[in-house]
Write a protein that binds this ligand. Structure first.
Ligand SMILES: [Zn+2]
Length: 498
């Protein structure tokens, strides 16, 4: 249990300025590992996805995964970084059984990407997070400490090792110290992680699932007394694996350090661990600088990306989903509520965007995807994008409605046919005979019959009370099985009763 004294959060803010920093590991979703052909699939029996290279056996030699370098460059570009024209890998030497080689291949003073910035939205307001660097490295194996109560090495009786994860490509993204957050420090940390998670998925470089360790965050926190200009001593809380925990870890460290400093103590520079109970625990002390004896990796050639290639990759960087949402919200002119519904329906934003691109009005596209189609997807227990109907089909159906060739009811019938695999909307209309009745003789006869059946309504329309035509239109629509164009029926009724 945590036994730390904690200062009230508000008091911390009155007395100190928090400075945070985030180091984020992104596990890339390449098919194979960083230096060998082993699969990167999640799970699998322990140590089955290994080979002499990722087990670091003598005589094995690594070959860099080009796709991983490409992903790292694309991440760097998305973070508005400069891309190195020439950089090397470096050996980070340490002795620990999660790496059989006794070193991890990383990058040291020559990162592939450096000096960037991203704009994170906090309560609708942009906050700029400065990026120091993004570098490539390999993941380590996973140690599972057995026999204890905490899952930590201290009280374990033995440890299991799984090297399936060893050698999976990582990109580590390091921010510069983030100043000026004040009370928003916890939200900025969380908002930044949300931003990265969406960014990685939009780039298609990582599944970025925090619960699977595909996006891992180390949170640095220090406090400066108000008015001071030198940074306080920071702590680094490791492997904070949920958005909520990122926020909580910042709050906890601010409160703990505030109490410690106010009592005349000093913050120890150390690694801490996030405990799901809602507190941090001291780990390794970092008071002596760790000496990893970095040196350039002799088994790998330097990475010197062709500037033309980098420019081609720059063209593949998608708009950040947050930016895209804001742009579409403005462009489509939907109400806050309608746009909110759209965001709340999984997959609907992309579907509506594609339907709008296919020529449909945004309001109509939204109505189809968040209404009728969301209901069908729900009934069938499938994702919206897995419904067997293309955005183009939805746009085509709506076009037929707009042209007066389909009523809403007929349009739903056409959607049924498309979902049932009967073909395109035009084919379904033809096969099911769903076109709006355009036979003027048949329409005229139905109108005459409706007028004869309801002389009272007909008389009122003759007197100029045109709203009475509603009852007659309803009767005609019913007689035609919904296949008549209501506007045309209304015009005919008014013409006949003029
Ligand atoms: Zn391997």
């Amino acid at each position: 249990m945590a036994a730390d004294d904690l200062m009230d959060f508000e008091e911390v803010l009155q007395r100190y300025e928090p400075v945070i920093g985030l180091e984020v590991h992104v596990e890339l979703s390449t098919a194979t590992k960083m230096w060998c052909g082993c699969s990167t699939d999640f799970g699998g029996a322990p140590n089955t996805r290994t080979c002499p290279v990722c087990l670091g056996l003598p005589g094995s030699l690594p070959v860099v995964n080009e796709r991983a370098v490409e992903s790292a460059i694309r991440i760097g570009l998305a973070l508005r970084c400069s891309i190195a024209t020439w950089c090397r890998f470096a050996r980070k030497n340490y002795f620990y059984p999660d790496m059989t080689k006794n070193y991890q291949v990383s990058q040291y003073d020559e990162p592939i990407a450096y000096d960037g910035a991203v704009d994170v939205r906090i309560d609708g307001e942009p906050f700029t997070v400065p990026i120091e660097r993004a570098h490539m490295e390999e993941d380590a194996g996973k140690l599972i400490h057995m026999g204890g109560t905490t899952g930590r090495i201290q009280d374990a009786s033995y440890t299991l090792i799984d090297y399936n994860r060893a050698g999976i490509p990582l990109v580590e993204i390091v921010t510069k110290p983030i100043y000026g957050t004040g009370a928003r420090a916890p939200q900025v940390a969380r908002g930044y992680m949300e931003f990265l998670r969406e960014q990685m998925r939009a780039l298609g470089v990582s599944h970025a699932r925090m619960e699977r360790g595909q996006l891992r965050c180390d949170v640095n926190v220090s406090l400066m007394p108000k008015g001071a200009s030198t940074l306080g001593t920071r702590t680094e809380t490791k492997n904070v694996n949920s958005l909520r925990a990122v926020e909580q870890a910042v709050i906890y460290e601010m409160r703990r350090q505030g109490a410690l400093l106010a009592a005349g103590g000093r913050v120890k520079q150390e690694t801490r661990h996030w405990n799901e109970g809602g507190f941090t625990l001291a780990g390794r002390s970092k008071e002596q600088a760790e000496d990893y004896r970095y040196f350039p990796e002799p088994d790998l050639v330097p990475v010197a990306p062709d500037p033309a290639w980098v420019e081609r990759l720059r063209a593949t960087i998608p708009e950040h989903p947050q930016v895209r949402r804001e742009r579409l919200r403005a462009a489509w002119g939907l109400s806050e509520r309608d746009f909110g519904d759209l965001l709340a329906t999984e997959g609907a934003l992309d579907a509506v965007a594609a339907t709008v691109d296919a020529g449909c009005a945004p309001a109509a596209a939204r109505k189809w995807w968040t209404g009728e189609l969301a209901r069908r997807a729900n009934e069938q227990g499938v994702a919206l994008e897995d419904l067997p109907i293309a955005p183009q089909d939805v746009a085509d159906v709506q076009r037929l409605v707009d042209e007066g060739a389909l009523t809403d009811r007929l349009a739903r019938n056409v959607i049924d046919g498309v979902l049932a695999g009967e073909g395109s909307p035009a084919e379904v209309v033809a096969k099911r005979g769903l076109a709006v009745e355009r036979d003027e003789d048949a329409l005229g006869a139905a109108v005459d019959a409706a007028i004869a059946a309801d002389p009272g309504a007909a008389a009122r329309v003759r007197e100029g009370r045109t709203q009475a035509a509603g009852a007659l239109i309803g009767a005609v629509m019913k007689a035609m099985g919904g296949s008549a164009d209501a506007a045309r029926v209304r015009a005919l009724i008014l013409e006949k009763l003029a």
